[in-house]
Design a binder for this molecule. Structure first.
Ligand code: AMP
Length: 221
């Protein structure tokens, strides 16, 4: 069985988070979501949180060195030793190179890069119905993956909210950033033969069943 050091690649709203959570459930590994780490810092009013907020509010990326240092810190923690799903990192070529260096140092390898290819119009639709649990960060969508009780997280009972940067103006900006800065990573990882492309729609069986199939296909179970 291969070790699962996975990367999720796809536009904001492409369903990366939902797939990442499902993969973690299937394999019993941890999700490392840079957006969640920044929001956690923001909530706790740390220096990193304050710095990140100034970029996040505008739909811009937090500088590479700051983001990579935060990821490195997280990957040094013992719970990532069994494997992890990087969700939202890397987002620039520079970050991808920094991650390669980090992995060399840590004696780790990328197992696969799971890529979700979604059209822009579909993304705007997806983001406009998106909600997140304020307590455990579990992602929901009003139409595609609604909670059992409106406004309440199925997993922990926390309250669901819409992120500030999911407002239409900011979404457009984030999409532009994705197209120009993050999309070249598909090529970068294709050259390394790491890309596993998956359909953006969930099957009727749901995210966990879909990701179990994916994990089988890439030899993780
Ligand atoms: P997300 O929850 O992944 O959509 O991330 C929300 C925001 O956090 C992004 O719009 C960026 O401002 C910031 N962010 C998350 N991941 C990164 C990253 N890898 N590099 C730079 N900024 C990031």
């Amino acid at each position: 069985m291969k070790k699962a050091n996975l990367i999720m690649l796809g536009a904001p709203g492409s369903g990366k988070g939902t797939r990442a959570v499902a993969i973690c459930e299937v394999l019993g590994i941890v999700q490392v979501a840079t957006g969640d780490l920044f929001r956690h810092n923001l909530k706790n009013n740390t220096e990193l949180g304050k710095l990140a907020k100034s970029y996040m509010d505008k739909g811009e990326l937090v500088p590479d060195d700051v983001t990579a240092a935060m990821v490195k810190d997280r990957l040094m923690q013992a719970d990532t030793e069994k494997g992890f799903v990087l969700d939202g990192f890397p987002r620039t070529l520079k970050q991808a190179e920094m991650l390669d260096d980090m992995f060399k140092e840590m004696n780790r390898e990328i197992t696969a890069v799971v890529y979700l290819d979604v059209a822009d119009e579909e993304i705007v639709k997806r983001i406009s119905g998106r909600m997140v649990c304020e307590k455990c960060q579990a992602p929901y969508h009003k139409e595609y993956t609604p909670p059992k009780t409106e406004g309440v997280c199925d997993k922990c009972g926390g309250t669901l909210y819409t992120r500030d940067d999911d407002k239409p103006e900011t979404v457009q900006k984030r999409l532009n950033v994705y197209r120009t800065t993050t999309l070249p990573l598909v090529d970068f990882y294709e050259k390394k033969n790491l890309i596993v492309k998956i359909p953006p729609e969930l099957s009727s069986a749901g995210a966990v069943a879909d990701m179990r199939e994916l994990c089988k296909e890439i030899g993780l179970i």
